[in-house]
Design a protein around this ligand. Structure first.
Ligand SMILES: *Cc1c(COP(=O)(O)O)cnc(C)c1O
Length: 408
């Protein structure tokens, strides 16, 4: 059998054995399994080890088992009306945007489906798609599945700010899309309004659509260089950009897979055209609980942010004490740390030994880059490891003690 299109991408190539034709688990699943097998601690996959708000979980349970909310049958393809209104009201309160719930909001099965449907809607076959590197793994696979080519601009330590001049040079009339992820996974950088405005302008000049993945919008540390603004507030963005949000990261409910796309009616309609043939609809009862959280988070966003910030600082300190070079993120779930101070190995090799000998799982940043970047041994992205701090603080401490003892 020939190699499937998605496996020709960076993430895809890491999850497909071309010799046997076998699909392999993603780097996240492999790290999670390896950490479990070694009695270890998983700072690899970015999910919280505490549950989201109790009242949201109760409201979903009520909707499932009683007539409190929607039934357990199919929901409307674009999402329930009150769900779309809740997204509009959330965007209005946090960013001052004024969206039409009928035409400018689409419910999706997590941000993952939003990303898939958006890329399949706009990445024309044979075109180029430009993004910053490292990038969220599904971008590469979806661009490949659309028959387009991914081009990347590296984000560099210590501050990982986007090089917009390099982006400008990379975007041409062959470019169908520019993929932006802000706040950014895994670097934690929050793009500034000026950076976003330039990116939007560059895309617009070349007729490209901008997809802004904003799933970390509520996880901004209070010492961040910039606050988050949805891309739809940026001048010119209304014509060319769609924004993606998700309850998974905002409410620590990653298993619920409730996401949304916002943007102008024409663009959202195009995404809807794909989405209605992927899942058509999902999780009406979860839309019900998330709508309540979006209308009023009851202090969860602030409490969660404070908890994460303490975890970040704990992890930063411990990684530095163990001899690594951590870079302070402004947002998100992750600290990137350079391993060059403690080993000559690549971060991927180091991560494999770390999980096997110390039982601590972490993700090599190279798994979030193109194969060409992975092959370039001098590229500094290959010596970076991604550690998640969205974990209980006693778990972080145990991980750091093991790491220090093993390196020691
Ligand atoms: C977690 C994550 C997603 C996926 O979100 P879901 O709602 O769980 O599908 C998308 N983009 C980025 C950058 C993420 O970190």
């Amino acid at each position: 059998m020939s190699t499937p299109p998605w496996a020709r991408s960076a993430a895809g190539a890491n999850t497909y054995d071309a010799v046997t034709g076998t699909v392999l688990p993603t780097i996240y699943e492999r790290t999670t399994a390896a950490a479990a097998a070694h009695g270890g601690i998983n700072l690899g996959q970015g999910f919280p080890d505490t549950e989201g708000p109790q009242w949201m979980r109760e409201s979903a349970a009520e909707a499932i088992t009683t007539a409190a909310g929607p039934t357990n049958q199919y929901s409307p393809g674009p999402g329930f009306g009150w769900f779309r209104e809740a997204v509009v009201s959330h965007q209005q309160r946090h960013y001052g945007t004024d969206l039409d719930p009928e035409t400018q909001v689409l419910h999706t099965t997590g941000a993952t489906e939003a990303i898939a449907a958006t890329i399949l809607a706009f990445a024309a076959e044979g075109s180029e798609v430009v993004t910053f590197e490292p990038f969220y793994d599904s971008y590469g696979s979806m661009v490949a599945l659309a028959g387009a080519q991914l081009r990347t601009i590296p984000l560099r330590a210590p501050d990982f700010r986007p090089d917009v001049d390099a982006l400008e040079a990379a975007v041409t009339d062959r470019t169908s899309m520019v993929l932006v992820n802000t706040p950014h996974n895994p670097t934690g950088v929050v793009f500034s309004p000026a950076e976003l405005e330039r990116i939007v302008g560059i895309a617009a000049r070349h007729g490209a659509v901008v997809m802004a993945d904003e799933v970390y919008e509520h996880l901004i540390m209070d010492d961040a260089a910039y606050q988050h603004q949805t891309i739809l507030t940026i001048p010119g963005a209304a014509q060319v950009a769609v924004a993606i949000g998700s309850a998974g990261k905002s409410f620590s409910l990653t298993g619920w897979k409730v996401g949304w796309v916002t943007g102008n009616p024409e663009l959202v309609n195009r995404v809807r055209g794909v989405k209605q043939f992927t899942t058509f609809c999902t999780g009406g009862v979860f839309q019900y609980a998330v709508a309540q959280g979006l209308e009023d988070d009851r202090g969860f966003f602030a409490a969660n942010q404070a908890e994460l910030q303490t975890g970040r600082d704990l992890l930063m300190e411990g990684l530095a004490a163990a001899g690594l070079t951590p870079y302070r993120p402004d947002a998100g779930y992750f600290v990137l740390a350079d391993v060059a101070g403690v080993t000559d190995k690549t971060a991927a090799e180091f991560a494999a030994e770390l999980v096997a000998h110390a039982g601590v799982g972490a993700i090599p940043v190279s798994s979030l880059t193109l194969p060409s970047t992975q092959k370039d041994h001098d590229d500094e992205l290959n010596s970076l490891l991604r550690f998640a701090f969205c974990k209980r603080h006693d778990v972080l401490e145990t991980a750091l003690n093991r790491l220090a003892a093993w390196i020691g």
